[in-house]
Design a protein around this ligand. Structure first.
Ligand code: CAA
Length: 260
């Protein structure tokens, strides 16, 4: 279906969603959010699609933040009454149970950094830059950035970045644990597609369960997380793919996945 601010493309079992407002450095307006919600729901509901990539169009930005021009028109009551930013969590994080990767091709600032951190992991171009510069606008992160950045890079760096608005380059982001891997700019999409295809080749239910487990580590205390992991592991052992995966290993062949 045609979108105004994003594009989507499928290649085998991999969906690529591209933020497509390069003239505004892919700033995240309400229209972008609505379209992303639709695109992610289509990915989640299409059984043939097993991994997604989110990236930005143009050479300069993944996304330079929530749309400042749109926000400048709103009053505090609008933000509160509309529960502004709530849908990012419910529709982009919680509703998408299948894996997705952020391929960060340039600036990931404010809401752009927060959106990238909502992905299961980030692959970054060596030109990527990450930051939470909201303080310079008289505000603060509003889509989970202060929480996810702190968990990813620790208090010292998160605090420094939020208080000064300093950007982190790709090399520092990898060293700090914010991104899984940095690749040369021109190879970013090839690397992301190869990684996504690898994930799409895994037993699909096991991929979802692995995602749920790692996310639990983010959101729970250790003891609770370990129990959650054990229960999910025990449930997975009842799957047809577990029986097939272990049999295939013993018979020295590739597994044939049923996704259940
Ligand atoms: N919202 C709306 N428009 C934006 C934008 C944003 N977040 N970021 C850039 N743009 C627009 C610019 O206004 C400009 O449009 P015009 O050509 O119509 O003037 C166009 O994109 C190109 O931007 P620049 O001319 O500024 O490009 P630059 O190369 O000189 O600078 C930049 C690049 C350093 C990323 C700079 O654009 C910038 O600082 N952008 C804002 C970054 C920011 O503050 N993000 C946080 C937003 S608040 C937020 O996200 C809240 C939250 O927590 C959820």
């Amino acid at each position: 279906m045609p979108y105004e601010t994003i594009t989507t493309q499928t290649d085998g079992a991999v969906t690529t969603i591209t933020l497509n407002r390069p003239q505004a450095l892919n700033a995240l307006s309400s229209v972008v959010l609505d379209e992303l919600i639709e695109a992610f729901a289509a990915y989640q509901n299409d059984d043939s699609q097993l991994c997604a990539i989110l990236t930005g169009s143009g050479d300069k930005a993944f996304a330079a933040g929530a749309d400042i021009k749109e926000m400048s028109e709103k009053e505090a009551a609008d933000f509160y009454l509309q529960d502004f930013f709530a849908k990012w969590t419910s529709h982009i994080v919680e509703a998408v149970r299948k894996p997705w990767i952020a391929a960060v091709n340039g600036f990931a600032l404010g809401g752009g950094c927060e959106l990238a951190m909502m992905a299961d992991f980030i692959i970054a171009s060596d030109r990527a830059k990450f930051g939470q510069p909201e303080i310079k606008l008289g505000v603060a992160p509003g889509m989970g950035g202060s929480q996810r950045l702190t968990r990813a890079v620790g208090k010292a760096k998160a605090m420094e970045m939020c208080l000064t608005g300093r950007m982190m380059d790709a090399e520092e982001a990898e060293r700090s644990g914010l991104v899984a891997r940095v690749v040369p700019h021109d190879t970013l999409m090839d690397e992301a597609r190869t990684t996504a295809a690898t994930i799409a080749g895994m037993p699909p239910m096991a991929a979802m369960v692995n995602k749920e487990m790692v996310n639990a580590a983010y959101e729970t205390f250790l003891g609770q997380g370990v129990i959650h992991e054990r229960r999910l592991f025990q449930i997975l052992t009842a799957s047809e793919d577990k029986a097939e995966g272990m049999k295939a290993f013993i018979e020295k062949r590739d597994g044939q996945w049923k996704g259940r």
